[in-house]
Design a protein around this ligand. Sequence first.
Ligand SMILES: [Zn+2]
Ligand SMILES: [Zn+2]
Ligand SMILES: [Zn+2]
Ligand SMILES: [Zn+2]
Length: 249
Amino acid sequence: MLENPTKSEGKCLFCGKTFAKASINRHLKTHLEEKAGNGSAGVSYLVKVETAQRRGYGSTPYFLSLWIDGEATMKTIDKFLRDIWLECCGHLSAFRVSMKQRSMNNPMQFIRNSMYNMSFDNDGDIAMSKKVKSVFRSKDLKIDYEYDFGSTTALQLTAIDIFPIKADKKIVLISRNEPIGWLCDKCGKEKATQVCSICEDESIFCDKCASKHAEECEDFADYASMPVVNSPRMGVCGYVGGVIDKERD
Ligand SMILES: [Zn+2]
Ligand SMILES: [Zn+2]
Ligand SMILES: [Zn+2]
Ligand SMILES: [Zn+2]
């Protein structure tokens, strides 16, 4: 369903202008650099969150741009991600140093990263109690995140830049993709409103095609009908939407 042709863009929380996914973080950085000139001393990070790219799957239009305070813990980020994109039934989750980073072919990067990894468990898990400032220690560091080790939603967090000031809150949502506006797989014309969590080829439907699908797909009629929501966990397990930033859900 992610091949549906769409564009991904987000609004800047600071000035309200809209930017494409590819340029929003460059723009957000200019606001944070400006704020860094007169904010109170501390450390904070511009972090982009995207879906992890897996073999055979490209990037998706979903993104979050977060301004995170260094004093926040990984647990705070975990809670935020659950609240905006993920929580369905209290599954386990974990942060890990990106595999890509652990096998980096740049020798100095490799040495630095392997030293850095010594503070993590053997499998690279980062403790939830760790402060963000002790994890995001270098620019461009990538952290993998997984929610639910069964029907997993895999994300990747990248520290795009570091600023010598406190963030306004532990985590400030400074942009996210606007609702995607998926089209119905069946008619290709109407806006999709429902997902069938069982079917694979044709799985998102407008209201009209959803009622037709309910006649052909018993599971959909019974329990597999899920709402279209603004999250990479749409249609997965019992996910029906977030609890923060609901107006863009
Ligand atoms: Zn702006
Ligand atoms: Zn679940
Ligand atoms: Zn339709
Ligand atoms: Zn179905």
